[in-house]
Design a protein around this ligand. Structure first.
Ligand code: CDP
Length: 218
């Protein structure tokens, strides 16, 4: 199952809770791009250089664990969600060869288990044959407000104007790239979560998933 959508649409919280309820593995593809962007920054590698970032990736072990990501065995925790990583990650994610390598790793993980995968291209590109696909959206104001609350909760001071500009820029880069752009798959259910509480979104998607799985399996 796949959940895609722009930044701040609530995907990761929803995907994590849904995976728990369904007994599926939660696979946060964004955390993989973020871990790589973090490593590029740590090693002073230009996040726009395909050769250098790919070389870094080929020498990296990125493991998703229930509460985050391990990079070469080290738990990164909230470091992958810093404003610096926010600014670098969509540049790393533009690089076609880097995407193809990460997508191959994502597919390999999902071969062994039922997964809830969240990202930008999981329904269109990583798992085009997934049984259930959602695309979550919300108004820009609401996405900025959710992101701001999340960043403040982690102790980062945020200027809403700067945050909005950063999110719009990331959405633009994510939509315009050639490999795996942000897009709803033709067979995805599009859910506008503006004004909805996260718990209600989880309930709605859970019910829709059960219905869909029952119709496929009957
Ligand atoms: O949490 P948020 O929605 O802001 O972002 P994320 O899911 O952690 O992803 C961070 C960035 O990684 C996105 O803005 C994309 O540039 C990139 N990404 C991607 O290109 N493809 C994916 N499947 C997942 C993330």
């Amino acid at each position: 199952m796949t959940i895609d959508g722009p930044a701040g649409a609530g995907k990761s919280t929803v995907a994590r809770r849904l995976a728990e309820r369904l007994g599926f593995l939660y696979l946060d593809t964004g955390a993989m791009y973020r871990a790589l962007a973090y490593k590029a920054l740590e090693h002073s590698v230009d996040p726009g250089s395909e050769g250098d970032v790919l070389a870094l990736l080929m020498n990296s072990v990125i493991e998703l664990v229930p509460d985050g990501v391990l990079l070469d065995g080290e738990f990164l925790g909230p470091r992958i969600r810093s404003p610096e990583v926010d600014r670098a990650v969509s540049r790393v994610a533009q690089l076609p060869k880097v995407r193809l390598e990460l997508v191959a790793r994502q597919r390999a993980i999902s071969e062994a288990r039922d997964v809830v995968m969240d990202g930008r291209d999981t329904g269109t590109f990583v798992l085009p044959g997934a049984d259930v696909k959602f695309f979550l959206t919300a108004s820009l104001d609401e996405r900025v407000a959710r992101r701001r609350a999340e960043m403040q909760g982690r102790g980062f001071a945020v200027d809403p104007r700067a945050l909005e500009a950063e999110m719009l820029e990331r959405d633009r880069l994510d939509q315009e790239r050639t490999v795996g752009p942000l897009a709803a798959a033709p067979d995805a259910m599009v859910v506008d979560t503006t004004g909805m509480e996260i718990e209600d979104v989880v309930e709605w998607l859970y019910a829709a998933t059960r219905r869909r799985l029952a119709s496929i399996r009957s």
